[in-house]
Write a protein that binds this ligand. Structure first.
Ligand SMILES: C[S@@+](CC[C@H](N)C(=O)[O-])C[C@H]1O[C@@H](n2cnc3c(N)ncnc32)[C@H](O)[C@@H]1O
Length: 255
């Protein structure tokens, strides 16, 4: 699955429903108002929208991404925010001065463990909080079931651990590894499941998702991914899907 605006728009309602509301409220309460927030891999600005919809006010957002087309949309949607092009694989380029909380949505499953360690070592040094929502956790459930669901999920999960520009990605292990790495640095860490629950009425999202999953599973060695996707497409009008994610909030110790 790429990161074009069409895909991000399609997934936005599922993301908004999925985010854990308590964790988001806790993040907003910790941030307070008038503070510097830094969103990594902002896309068109979904994290800013989620914070605003949940009642956050007067935050000084800086949004980073390496995709100029997505940044143009982020600028249009959030003219009050500072929007900057930045390749996050160069961690030294990530501007942390005066930042109270770093945020990200659907990004930490793309990065490597080494990258996370280097990031959170910097965050810990400056007592910066971290809110990382919607990391894929490796669980996919479909109803009705198909004989190849488990094999496709296994190959897809393997594909998710490939290099997405940051070295071997954490993929489904992202939230679990982040939780222990952050706790080891003295953070108070909270996590909660944030699964997409897709109904039959969400056929366009299910359809796009099937293409992405089947493409990745095929690349990772599952030969009949197209057959699996075709059977799933035939069932879309009455199919439900659950795609597992996790949200993580880490507050500097004692915070
Ligand atoms: C799955 S999308 C999530 C976008 C947005 N946070 C959301 O939830 O809609 C991943 C985002 O990470 C960005 N990204 C991927 N690799 C990057 C890199 N090396 N530097 C900066 N941004 C990157 C993509 O351009 C994309 O916007």
């Amino acid at each position: 699955m790429g990161f074009d605006a069409e895909w991000l728009d399609l997934r936005a309602p599922a993301d908004d429903r999925a985010r854990d509301a308590d964790l988001l409220q806790r993040a907003i309460a910790y941030a307070g108002s008038g503070v510097r927030m830094l969103d990594l891999g902002c896309g068109t600005g979904s994290t800013v929208r989620a914070f605003a919809a949940a009642g956050a006010e007067s935050l000084d957002w800086c949004l980073l991404d390496n995709d100029p087309a997505l940044l143009d949309l982020a600028r249009r949607h959030h003219p009050e925010a500072e929007v900057r092009i930045c390749d996050l694989s160069d961690l030294d380029a990530v501007p942390l001065t005066d930042v109270k909380m770093v945020t990200a949505s659907a990004v930490f499953d793309l990065v490597s463990e080494d990258w996370v360690i280097r990031l959170i070592d910097r965050l810990a040094r400056h007592r910066i909080a971290l809110y990382a929502a919607l990391s894929y956790n490796g669980v996919m459930r479909w109803s009705p079931e198909d004989q190849d669901d488990a094999a496709v999920t296994e190959r897809f999960n393997h594909h998710q651990c490939g290099n997405k520009g940051f070295g071997s990605a954490l993929g489904p292990e992202a939230a679990t590894r982040m939780t222990s790495l952050l706790a080891a640095r003295g953070y108070d860490v909270f996590s909660a499941p944030s699964p997409w629950v897709l109904e039959p009425s969400e056929a366009p999202l299910q359809d796009a998702l099937l293409s992405g999953i089947a493409g990745a599973a095929h690349e990772a060695g599952f030969d009949d991914a197209a057959g699996w996707a075709a059977r799933r497409r035939d069932a879309i009008g009455h199919a439900r899907a659950e795609i597992g994610h996790m949200d993580v909030l880490a507050l500097p110790g004692g915070g």
